[in-house]
Design a protein around this ligand. Structure first.
Ligand code: TRP
Length: 445
């Protein structure tokens, strides 16, 4: 077999991982989850979840990937635990599943860039969303988004993913930063900052049961955990840089971009008297597009915003396609372009139903959020925390000045607090799914 690929530079790996993390989850979902879950109170829990649960879990994925230098499925066998491959299989199938509908939303975003330039949604953002979000045209733009994703992955780790994310991630930060600065000039935007930045303790305490699973789920989704993406990216490291430092950089940058997105979205909405967070998946598109329609230079601002969203979505989608591609690239002799194309086609097909109705897409999303992600992270944590412990500690310390006790503290977290938090999230998430299924059944009867 030919030499396995590696990242060309350390910065390249970090930016690729940031690109994976920064996605629709940050720019589209995060501000609206915040709105739906009580504003700043949600952000407090979310930040705790990111640093106390997400960060240790990310290091767990890194440790597996770098040590095994294999795709998420074969990694477990390579580490001497063949039966644990089911964890990798679950993650890989989940990546397949998430990308299927993620790409449909990516297609909407392309559509909205064009729509912004033309002012197409200016006369009625709700009707526009209805027209573009489902139906044959949604399928066509889903295909376009997937084709671009395949095109990048086909060029490989250093030549495709690394090179493209080195351009995309800085562009996202610059454009979003520019929009955030512009947003400070909005009349009445101040209420948006207050809502966003000053937590209300009463809201927090009385809604913790619904805030917690939403915050933890959001933390996993935004950090790209539970789908083997970080295992896969770490498997191409082939070097001894510090995993904790790289991981912390990724987590901090990702959080920064999420908060920055809030500094754009909330002032815009509040300056126009719109309450964020009501409505479902489509709300972000409808309310924001509606806001751009009312703003001076709305066409330009809308186009810039949706370009940011497209870059963010693409740099995440490539990490999901890479998870599945890496499995076949490690195990077959087909060329990477051929594999990426075939898999992209299959994922495209799986996504088609979700391009025919918002409720179908919401169902795809709910399965991923409430079931696949937490289950996959939980099993992974049990593996690193209880099965592969000694080697994991050594791997975390490799290439760092981290003391044995520092690494053991991490392991302790991975064994206890983190899986407990995930377990609670999983149970609450399953309850949500059951309620949804009940509602669905009622609606049918
Ligand atoms: N993190 C991305 C976002 O915020 C989505 C994503 C990419 C993802 N890869 C993932 C989510 C792997 C879960 C697992 O939009």
């Amino acid at each position: 077999m030919s030499q396995r690929e590696t990242w060309a530079t350390r910065v390249g790996f970090i930016l690729a991982a940031v690109g994976s993390a920064v996605g629709l989850g940050n720019v589209w979902q995060f501000p609206f989850q915040t709105g739906a879950n009580g504003g700043a109170a949600f952000i407090v829990v979310y930040l705790l979840a990111v640093f106390l649960i997400g960060f240790p879990a990310m290091l767990a994925e890194f440790v597996i990937g770098r040590r095994a230098e294999r795709n998420p499925i074969d990694a477990f066998a390579r580490l001497g635990h063949r039966n644990w491959r089911v964890v990798g299989i679950l993650g890989t199938l989940s990546a397949f599943w998430i990308l299927a509908f993620y790409s449909v939303v990516g297609g909407w975003v392309i559509r909205y860039i064009i729509g912004s330039v033309r002012g197409a949604y200016f006369s009625g953002s709700e009707a526009y969303f209805g027209a573009v979000s489902a139906g044959p045209e949604a399928v066509a733009f889903h295909a376009l988004f997937m084709a671009i994703t395949v095109g990048i992955v086909a060029f490989g780790i250093a030549g495709g993913i690394e090179r493209s994310t080195k351009l995309m991630v800085p562009s996202i930060v610059l454009l979003l930063g520019g929009l955030a600065i512009w947003a400070t000039t909005l009349d009445g935007g101040g209420a948006g900052y207050a809502y966003y930045l000053s937590p209300d303790v009463d809201t927090l305490v009385s809604n913790i049961g619904s805030i917690l699973p939403a915050a933890v789920g959001q933390a996993f989704f935004t950090l790209s955990l539970g789908m083997g993406a970080m295992i896969t990216y770490a498997s191409y490291l082939g070097r001894d840089d510090s995993l904790p430092i790289d991981g912390a950089t990724i987590v901090v940058l990702n959080t920064f971009v999420g908060l920055l997105a809030g500094l754009v979205v909330f002032p815009i909405l509040f300056s126009l008297g719109i309450e964020p967070g009501s409505g479902g998946l489509g709300a972000a598109f409808i309310t924001l597009a509606g806001a751009f329609a009312q703003l001076p230079a709305g066409r330009l601002l809308g186009a810039v915003f949706f370009i940011v969203l497209l870059l963010a979505a693409l740099s995440s989608a490539i990490s999901l396609l890479e998870v599945v591609t890496s499995y076949l690239a490690d195990n077959t002799s087909y060329s990477r372009p051929a594999l990426a194309t075939a898999l992209g086609g299959a994922i495209f097909a799986l996504g088609i139903p979700s391009a025919f109705g918002l409720s179908i897409l919401a169902w795809y999303n709910a399965i991923a959020y409430n079931l696949l992600l937490p289950l996959s992270v939980l099993t992974l944590l049990v593996f690193v925390g209880w099965v592969d412990t000694g080697d994991a500690v050594a791997e975390l310390r490799r290439g760092t000045g981290l003391s044995e006790s520092g690494a053991v503290a991490w392991l302790w977290f991975v064994r206890t607090i983190v899986p407990l938090g995930v377990l609670v999230t999983l149970l609450l998430g399953l309850q949500t799914l059951a309620v949804d299924a009940g509602l669905l059944a009622e609606a049918i009867v």
